[in-house]
Design a protein around this ligand. Structure first.
Ligand code: 13P
Length: 250
């Protein structure tokens, strides 16, 4: 039986002060939520976020990290630095990283492996563009991103990985995949995990949906067989809407 995992990707929003206020509100509003809940503030607010979330059920993650541990990489942030702050999870392969910053599957795979070596959990994002969907290639694109993103990763590491299916055309657009459309891709991704690893690994894999998840659609998305959580963007920036999503089942 899989449990739910609701994560908020704050993207390039929130100062340190705003981060602490939002986490303080969420600490109260999310008390007693039994499934996993995570917030991913920007790098500059991670230290404050970890401290603010201490003693609560809110986990703190980063939105990205370098593919290298250290060295001459101006502007990058290392997994070692994230761990040093007490950050336990990192979002990798987000479509904004893939599209705007041209991150390839191979590059993302290096990061996934490095995060795992250092004991971080990973949310690995995959998803097709509108053009790819209209060409009937959604499943193929997602399955290829999965295969390349997970390349060289052994089955025993999979419990530390969550997959986030985020169709690019649904991100920040207000267009959500219908629960049925999303579930179809989630089911095909699960089949791919079974082919790459085992049926047991596929059955245990958490697959989040992301792309315009809001309080009014969270419940129906979470009701689908293969949807195990959400990676929330815009609606994660406000305590009332993120709380309503995280409490979809209450
Ligand atoms: P929105 O919820 O704003 O569509 O963003 C989704 C997303 O990209 C989360 O990583």
């Amino acid at each position: 039986m899989r449990s739910y995992f609701i994560a908020g990707n704050w993207k390039m929003h929130k100062t340190v002060g705003e981060t602490v206020s939002l986490i303080n509100e969420l600490k109260n509003s999310l008390k007693g939520v039994s499934h996993k809940v995570l917030v991913a503030p920007p790098f500059t607010a991670l230290d404050a976020a970890v401290k603010a979330a201490e003693g609560s059920n809110i986990l703190v993650g980063a939105q990205n990290m370098s593919n290298k541990e250290s060295g001459a990489h101006t502007g990058e942030v290392s997994v070692v630095m994230l761990k040093d702050l007490g950050v336990g999870c990192v979002i990798l392969g987000h479509s904004e990283r893939r599209i705007i910053y041209k991150e390839s599957d191979a590059f993302i795979n290096e990061k996934v492996k490095l995060a795992l070596v250092h004991g971080l959990e990973v949310i690995l994002c995959v998803g097709e563009t509108l053009e790819e969907r209209e060409a009937g290639k959604a499943e193929t694109v997602v399955n290829e991103q999965l295969e390349k993103g997970l390349s060289g990763i052994s089955e025993d590491k999979l419990p530390r990985i969550t997959i986030a299916y985020e169709p690019v055309w649904a991100i920040g657009t207000g267009k959500t995949a219908t629960p049925e459309d999303a579930d179809e891709i989630h089911a095909s991704a699960r089949k791919k995990i079974a082919a790459l690893y085992s049926q047991a690994a596929a059955d245990a894999m958490l697959i989040q949906y992301g792309g315009s998840v809001k309080p009014d659609n969270a419940k129906e998305l979470m009701a689908m067989d293969n949807i195990d959580g959400a990676l929330v963007g815009g609606a994660a920036l406000d305590s009332a809407s993120f709380t309503a999503i995280a409490r979809f089942d209450s």
